[in-house]
Design a protein around this ligand. Sequence first.
Ligand SMILES: [Fe+2]
Length: 238
Amino acid sequence: MADDDWKVLPHDAPAQLADNLWRVEGELEGMSLRRCMVVARLRSGALALHNAMALDDAGMRWLLGLGRPAVMIVPNGWHRIDAARYKARFPELRVVCPAGSRARVEQRVAVDDTYACGALAPGDDSVTLRHLAGVKDVEGVMTVRSHDGLTHVLNDAMFNLAHGKGLFMFIYGRLMGNAGGPKITSITRWLMIKERAAFRADLEALADVPGLRRVIVAHGAVIDEDAPGVLRRVAAAL
Ligand SMILES: [Fe+2]
């Protein structure tokens, strides 16, 4: 199978989180971890796809019913699994990724811009990107402005896994302390965070953004109760 063949892994039905914001959770091949795709609609009606996942026929009809996919955000160099597939299917997609992950993402798909772009569309603050501090620009945050408030979309910087069954979740979740609520996982601490104080301060800055309603992470449930408090507690535990 070529990298750009449309390979669909099992996924849930999409869920609408706000007027311009949707999330789909699905499986990863050979892993207990699941992943999620976030779709945000710009004021123009065009769509930004964060962590784009190949969806089944009904899922793609749903997606195209929301609008035209215009921007694909590849949130780090490991979350590039379906990037080439989307670019092949939608050649007009503008591809954006964190600057520090660009080389790895470009092994699969050409990159047009980095998170330094800020707003995805001029004069439209509904979907903005920026790098996170303390991680050498390998990841960032997408912030979506909706009628009910702001949503920060993180990637591997923070997980929110429930405890689960099986050997992987016993070792990775229980023994290594990576499950049981919002966490900065051990792998993120070891591999991603280069300046802990700067990273912690940036989590606090994200918590302080007025109108913060929820936080979405790539692996685990949406944080939609006291999102600012959760970010502050996770930062304090670093
Ligand atoms: Fe991940």
